[in-house]
Design a protein around this ligand. Structure first.
Ligand code: PBG
Length: 324
């Protein structure tokens, strides 16, 4: 039925009408807030490339989480900065490691907040890679043994969910088996299933002090040119037992998010990564864009593409706007 009988502008005339026909609804329940913890007391250190995002010591993180909880944000994704690093990243699975201590404290004070623990080695190894190095290359199968230990130490500390971000093959299955055989079959896994070797992670590497000391991550993270391969990664992770699969980064990969949702219809997260956050902040600080509008448009686009959850440094700012 063409013009003039059909006029799409009729339903755009008033805000109430626009609301009625709105297709995508970003909810506070969709948001996951990444949090960085470090040792010490009274620490709240701003990450210079991520204005408004801080590294917290365990005491100050609890103050921050009061805000997060009162805004109704259901979950955080926890990253740790250890005091010491070694070849094997042993602080990642130490029972008194920074993340393990933080999980205990946070769950003690905020029992209903969902604490998701990131599983990776890059912030804990002295070489900054996400796995064990043998003859200059990241060794897959030996790394799996360490990832299992990390997962167990995190859930023993009280984590509600674990999120492997290392991109080793077979890690979801390895972690699932470790959890199941130790009485943790009820703990879900959110896998960074399609994680690209992206330049958008730059600011995060400052935040978590996790830049590789030699080479890059292209032998384990995905080539940004590939989408079919992302679907294969996701299929394998679902087979291995992933409860939630993730596409990361989000903004330059909306097609992958869309295709993943269409193909698998599995709970799907997207990571609106550090570089995506910092670009918006930098442009806004220069007065080049209207920050809040751009932020909401980006988050909405990620949801519209098919993500069920969005991991975002904007979580608190977005929640404030959604709540209004
Ligand atoms: C660790 C990890 C990274 C991010 C999350 N977990 C960085 C990387 O792989 O180099 C990036 C998150 C962000 O940029 O916000 N493997």
């Amino acid at each position: 039925m063409p013009f003039p009988k059909q006029r799409l502008r009729r339903l755009r005339r008033k805000e109430a009408l626009r609301k009625m026909v709105r297709e995508t609804h970003l909810r506070i329940d969709d948001l996951i807030f990444p949090v960085f913890v470090r040792s010490g007391k009274g620490q709240k250190v701003e990450i210079s490339s991520m204005p408004g995002i801080f590294q917290y010591s365990i005491d100050t993180v609890c103050k921050e989480l009061e805000d997060v909880q009162s805004l109704g944000i259901p979950a955080i994704l926890l990253f740790g900065l250890p005091d010491s690093k070694d070849e094997l990243g042993s602080q990642a699975y130490a029972p008194q490691g920074i993340v393990q201590q933080a999980i205990k404290e946070i769950k003690g004070s905020f029992p209903t907040l969902i604490v998701i623990a990131d599983i990776c080695l890059c912030a804990y190894t002295n070489h900054g890679h996400c796995g064990i190095i043998k003859d200059g290359v990241v060794e897959n199968d030996q790394t799996l043994g360490i990832l299992r230990k990390i997962a167990l130490s995190q859930v023993e500390a009280g984590a509600d969910m674990v999120a492997p971000s290392d991109m080793m093959d077979g890690r979801v299955g390895a972690i699932r088996t470790a959890l199941d055989s130790n009485g943790f079959s009820h703990i879900p896994i959110m896998s960074y299933a399609a994680k690209y070797a992206s330049q958008f992670y730059g600011p995060f590497r400052e935040a978590s002090d996790s830049a590789p000391q030699f080479g890059d991550r292209r032998s384990y993270q995905m080539d940004p040119a590939n989408a079919e391969e992302a679907l294969r990664e996701i299929a394998l992770d679902i087979e291995e037992g992933a409860d939630i699969v993730m596409v990361k980064p989000a903004l330059a990969y909306l097609d992958v998010i869309y295709r993943a949702k269409q193909k698998f219809n599995h709970p799907l997260a997207a990571y609106n990564v550090s570089g995506e956050y910092s670009m918006v902040k930098a442009a806004a600080m220069k007065g080049m864009i209207e920050e809040k509008g751009v932020m909401m448009e980006i988050l909405q686009s990620i949801k519209r593409a098919g993500a069920d959850f969005i991991i975002t440094y904007f979580a608190k700012e977005a929640a404030k706007l959604i709540r209004k």
